[in-house]
Design a protein around this ligand. Sequence first.
Ligand code: ZN
Length: 91
Amino acid sequence: MYSCRQASRILSDAIERRLSPMEWLNLRLHLTICGMCRNYAHNIRTLETVLLRLRDQATDSAQALSASDRALILRNIEAIAGDADTGPSAP
Ligand SMILES: [Zn+2]
């Protein structure tokens, strides 16, 4: 069975990848007996939910822009990126 340190690492890993069946089982066993890690797991799930909502809202906001506004923003980004490629100009 996992220690609290191992369980917290696996809980963090679970955000980015699918756990193996053995990892999932060991984590479940640990969460059954450890209230602190259950709270940590709850907090991670809440944080992940909030971040996903913020990402969706940002995507919705970007799609709300008109085509001309998106083109203007893209031109400005490309201009800034072009300046970064050439470096500062000589006086
Ligand atoms: Zn624990």
